[in-house]
Structure formats: structure tokens, C-alpha cells
Ligand binder design. Structure first.
Ligand SMILES: Nc1ncnc2c1ncn2[C@@H]1O[C@H](COP(=O)(O)OP(=O)(O)OP(=O)(O)O)[C@@H](O)[C@H]1O
Ligand SMILES: [Mg+2]
Length: 309
């Protein structure tokens, strides 16, 4: 087994939400999250809204310090023994690509400007023009027609390619991609997913791929982790988790997929019975996990001592 590039060990994050009226509310956004990613591989985090996927991504880009647990990069705890140069190296090695490329591109700057600075920081000024053109070519954008454009002059898919180009420009080894295609037109989603696959295979870039779209998880990621209420319910090879989910919650989540027209709470058309069953599964999945059973090689399924099985 290759040494992991990134590993999370028992990572928890609690937010204290202070409403204008009423008592402070505690949100356990992450509870004991454990997984790892090898260089050049991808792990998909899937789960419904509010399950903690983005919080997990933010812990990885060091947006905040976890309330408990450790995040390691190349075996080093990213919150320990920090030096300025170590911090800079980490912030380059781990890049985030967001759902909305507009949020991370400055509307007043050209694509050239967006890429020149990171390229200079990462590799100096030598051959800058050639590297600039190459970086765009690496994400399948035509340098001649793209370099001098502003973000609003590009399509959504092209803008997202620029986000990936920026990550390449600083020499990213891990990209946290948070729903990178969900705002794109369906017809171009696949080409962006194909680009991610190429970056993995040809550049050995690892991905933490956050998505609602389980079918794409399978397309991009060797491994998939299913989250609910801040906990990882199941993780393992994508094929096994998606085709043969073992945790009742994963089954519920994945059962909603084959027919997108069906709602999550009405997946078998028998509304009421399914809704009751789904509620019971969710209530059970929200309880603290006691541990994981390895049901097949590298395929882990959560159990709770409060469960009866
Ligand atoms: N800064 C914050 N302060 C308070 N609560 C937060 C904060 N960030 C996230 N949360 C809460 O943590 C939980 C997990 O949120 P998160 O954004 O990680 O979910 P998600 O799985 O990414 O959902 P989505 O699919 O909608 O993007 C939610 O209950 C959310 O309200
Ligand atoms: Mg999110």
C-alpha cells in the first residue's frame, strides 16, 4: 500500500451558533471523521445537504482547526510545528475548487493575470509565457483565445477550467473539489469530470471530490465515503459502496438515485411506508457511531452500540 497523501483521523468540528434570539445552538458538523487519500487517487464524499461534506473540505484546506482529531499531509499533522514556509508549501499543495467559479475569480482581471501570479510564485519568471500557455493547454483551453479574456467572457465550463489551471499553476498535489460541476450545464459536466480524471492520471493529482451526484462519484473516485449528520456511515471502493451499499443509510441515499424524478422520501412510490422507514433509518444513522466493521477488504460500515443488530 502506498503511504497516504492526506489522512483524517477522528476529525470533529463543533460550531456554536448564536441566534439573535434564543439559546446558543451546538452543531456537530463533523464527528470522528476518518479516511485517507493516496497520491493520484480520489475519494468522493457523498451525502445529502448539511451532512458535513464542505466542512470536511474546509478542514482539509485548513480553514479552521478541528475541535478534535488530526489532519495529516504526507504524515505530518498540519496544525503542528507550523513554520511560514511550511504553511506556504501546504497552501500551495492543497487547492480548493468551488462550485461557483465566479466566487474565486476576480471579475476585473484577465485570465492571464489569474495565472501569472501563481506561476511566478511557484516557479519564478523563467519561461513564464510558455508555462502560462502550457497551463491553459493542460486544462484544454486555447491560450490564444483565452489569455486576455475576463472571467465573464468565458462559459461556466471554461471558467471552471481556469480554476483547475490555477491549482496546476501552483503545483497542487491535492485538489478539494466541492461540487465543481453542479452549476454547469449538464452537457458540459462530463468534460469537466474527464479533465479531473486526466489530472489524476497524468499529473498524479489527488482529489477530495465532494458531490451530491453519486453516479459521478463512481466516475471520478476509487473510493467513496457516505456522510450523514457529520459522520461517515460507510466508506470503501466506489464500486462496492455504490453498487452494494451495506449501511441502511447508504442504501436509502443510493436508492434515490436511479430515477432522479423520484424524491428521496418517495423512492418506491409507496410514499408513506417509505417515509416512515426512511425516518427510522435517519434517526438511527444520527446516533454516535461506535466503530466500523470491515465487511470486505477496505470496505468499512459504521455500527452503533445503540443498534440492535
Ligand atoms: N460556519 C458555520 N457556523 C455554523 N454552522 C455551520 C458552519 N458551517 C457549517 N455549519 C453547519 O454544519 C453542518 C454541515 O454543513 P456543510 O456545509 O458541511 O454541509 P454539506 O454536506 O456541504 O451540505 P451541502 O450539500 O448543502 O453543501 C450544517 O448543519 C451547517 O449548517
Ligand atoms: Mg457543501
Amino acid at each position: 500500500m502506498t503511504a497516504p497523501l492526506l489522512s483524517l483521523e477522528g476529525v470533529s468540528k463543533t460550531f456554536h451558533v448564536r441566534p439573535v434570539l434564543g439559546a446558543v445552538r451546538r452543531v456537530d458538523a463533523l464527528r470522528n471523521v476518518t479516511f485517507s487519500i493516496e497520491p493520484g487517487k480520489a475519494l468522493a464524499l457523498v451525502g445529502e445537504s448539511g451532512s458535513g461534506k464542505s466542512t470536511c473540505g474546509r478542514a482539509v484546506i485548513r480553514h479552521f482547526e478541528p475541535s478534535a482529531g488530526t489532519v495529516r499531509f504526507r504524515g505530518e499533522n498540519i496544525f503542528e510545528n507550523r513554520t511560514r514556509s511550511g504553511d506556504r508549501a501546504y497552501l500551495r499543495a492543497v487547492q480548493m475548487v468551488f462550485q461557483d467559479p465566479f466566487s474565486s475569480l476576480n471579475p476585473t482581471h484577465t485570465i492571464r493575470h489569474h495565472l501569472e501570479r501563481p506561476l511566478r510564485l511557484h516557479g519564478g519568471t523563467a519561461d513564464l509565457e510558455a508555462r502560462l500557455r502550457q497551463t491553459l493547454a493542460d486544462v484544454e483551453l486555447d491560450p490564444d483565445t483565452t489569455l486576455e479574456k475576463f472571467p465573464h467572457q468565458l462559459s461556466g465550463g471554461q471558467r471552471q477550467r481556469v480554476s483547475f489551471a490555477r491549482a496546476l499553476a501552483v503545483g497542487a498535489e491535492l485538489i478539494v473539489a466541492d461540487e465543481p460541476t453542479s452549476m454547469l450545464d449538464v452537457s458540459i459536466r462530463k468534460s469537466v469530470l474527464d479533465l479531473m480524471r486526466r489530472l489524476k492520471e497524468e499529473r498524479n493529482i489527488a482529489f477530495l471530490y465532494i458531490t451530491h451526484d453519486i453516479a459521478t462519484a463512481h466516475y471520478i473516485a476509487e473510493e467513496t465515503a457516505v456522510m450523514y449528520a457529520g459522520q461517515v456511515m460507510e466508506r470503501g471502493p466506489s464500486d462496492a459502496v455504490i453498487r452494494n451499499p451495506r449501511h441502511p443509510y447508504s442504501r436509502l441515499l443510493i436508492s434515490a438515485v436511479p430515477d432522479p424524478a423520484k424524491r428521496f422520501d418517495d423512492a418506491d412510490g409507496d410514499g408513506l411506508a417509505f417515509t416512515r422507514q426512511a425516518e427510522a433509518v435517519r434517526a438511527s444513522a444520527a446516533r454516535p457511531i461506535s466503530g466500523y466493521r470491515e465487511v470486505a477488504p477496505d470496505h468499512f460500515v459504521a455500527y452503533s452500540d445503540a443498534d440492535h443488530d
